[in-house]
Design a protein around this ligand. Structure first.
Ligand code: URP
Ligand code: ZN
Ligand code: ZN
Ligand code: ZN
Length: 464
């Protein structure tokens, strides 16, 4: 058995901050104790955490590695994307296995295993994406829940691609109510948006800035409202992904205050960027095309507030990188052909820590939003998302006073731009452990593809 001790750090979890040492035996945390107790411990390896926070590794519950979209593929593979994730202190990702149109959910899951198995540097799970709900798919959901795929994303947007109508949504929610799965909703009224897209193009308005105009915040709020009502009728919980608009937050807040099992996720791009980015000259606004879209800056205050009140419960990245050259450029003549998505799997913890420094959220809330809450929500807690005996030793030694500039020059994501280019942030993951193994050692990569394991998740204990 190998024994590692992390000495001298401030251990921060969602519930406490304590000067403590951490003992790791092989892949799991064996003990957490105050230094006077821990001085008795013997170890093969001692990691010095003086002046470091010792936090559970980040859990990014929303990534799209190699996702097909608009005739191209998201630029990070599971190898490059999980490598970038660990540099940023994230030690678990949950990606989305897509049911191919006309195919089965099982085919989607097998395709995702073929892409991810033997490639991931860190542990990974899958959600399913339901793109064509019928009797067969509903049965497949039950089987997949038994195999640890316990959440399924549906789209009220993208007619003709991933779109489900209200009847399909209701049926999938009823199924989830029975089998314990969590339905994750992309809540935008895609039918109305497509009308506005066509009108914009017909009027010759073709630039990236149109993306923000046609995807009106009320069309996000309307879909969020409808999803909440459908899930209430179906008797199933609901998790609304990538919430960006004040009006949508208000729907979720109301539902939660009514006691419903409704949860919301937002992403760093909605907290730190605004619709103004879409106006960047030379078509560079295309770098900021994602859905839901970036909003006017005043929406950010509602999102921060909801993160503090737990009306929004999780911050994930929706990491979906497309290079500017050759990929975003597919939409030069027509904004609706710009592949949707923003990279960020490497930057989430640091951007959120910068918000801790700015006084927007506490250190414990930072850990909760980035690690503990997603682990609970998606059936990985207490194996992931905390520092406690029995948990996997996924641990970050975080330097809270490091200064860094976010930039495509230095990031590890396989994409030719950084959405936060030039932004200074305070804080950086220095040493990262995944199941007891040091995968980033003071900035040097020590991981390897294939060491990450597929996570069979429980149904969502968070809700019970
Ligand atoms: O623009 C985005 N968010 N692309 C990824 C797919 C999705 O809808 O999450
Ligand atoms: Zn989405
Ligand atoms: Zn509230
Ligand atoms: Zn997404």
């Amino acid at each position: 058995m190998s024994r590692t001790v992390i000495r001298g750090g401030l251990v921060i979890t969602a519930t406490e901050e304590v000067r403590a040492d951490v003992l790791i035996e092989d892949e799991t945390i064996a003990a957490v104790a105050t230094p006077n107790v821990a001085q008795e411990w013997t170890a093969d390896t001692v990691l010095d955490a003086t002046d470091r926070y010792v936090i559970p590794g980040g859990v990014d519950a929303h990534t799209h590695m190699e996702m097909p979209f608009g005739g191209t593929f998201a630029a990070d593979t599971f190898e490059t994307g999980t490598r970038a994730a660990v540099f940023g202190g994230t030690t678990t990702i949950i990606d989305f296995a897509i049911q191919p149109v006309g195919g089965t959910l099982r085919e989607g899951v097998e395709a995702w295993h073929a892409k991810a198995d033997d490639q991931c540097a860190i542990d990974y799970g899958f959600h399913g994406i339901l793109s064509d709900v019928g009797d067969g798919v509903l049965k497949e959901m039950d089987a997949l829940v038994g195999e640890g795929i316990t959440s399924f994303k549906m789209f009220m947007a993208y007619p003709g691609v991933f779109y489900s109508d209200d009847g399909q949504i209701l049926r999938a929610m009823q199924q989830a109510g029975d089998n314990g799965a969590l339905i994750m909703m992309h809540a935008e009224n895609g039918i109305a948006i497509d009308v506005l897209v066509r009108q914009a193009l017909e009027a010759g308005r073709t630039g990236p800035e149109q993306h923000g105009r046609v995807r009106h915040p009320l069309l996000e709020a309307e879909a969020t409202h409808r999803a909440i009502k459908l899930s209430t009728v179906a008797g199933s919980p609901l998790y609304v992904v990538h919430v960006s608009a004040t009006e949508s937050v208000a729907e979720i807040t109301r539902a939660r205050h009514d006691g419903l099992n409704v949860f919301g996720e937002t992403c760093p791009q909605y907290l730190f960027l605004s619709v103004d980015e879409l106006d960047a000259p030379e078509f560079e606004g295309a770098k900021y095309v994602c859905s839901t879209p970036l909003r006017p800056a005043e929406h950010q205050e509602s999102l921060w507030r909801a993160l503090r009140t737990d009306d929004l419960s999780v911050v994930s990245t929706d990491h979906c990188p497309f290079c500017f050259a050759g990929q975003k450029e597919l939409g030069r003549e027509d904004f609706s052909k710009i592949p949707n998505g923003i990279p960020g799997v490497e930057n989430r913890l640091d951007l959120l820590h910068d918000a801790v420094v700015a006084g927007r959220i506490s250190r414990r809330r930072w850990v909760e939003l980035a690690s503990t809450a997603p682990a609970r929500m998606f059936g990985l807690h207490p194996r992931k998302g905390t520092i406690a005996p029995g948990a996997d030793a996924d641990i970050v030694l975080y330097d809270p006073s490091a200064q860094q500039i976010l930039s495509a020059e230095t990031h590890h994501m396989n994409v030719d731009y950084n959405a936060y280019e030039g932004r200074w942030v305070t804080g950086r993951a220095r040493t990262v452990l995944s199941r007891g193994e040091v995968v980033v050692d003071d900035g040097d990569y020590r991981g390897r593809p294939g060491r990450g394991r597929f996570l069979r998740r429980e149904t969502c204990g968070y809700l019970t």
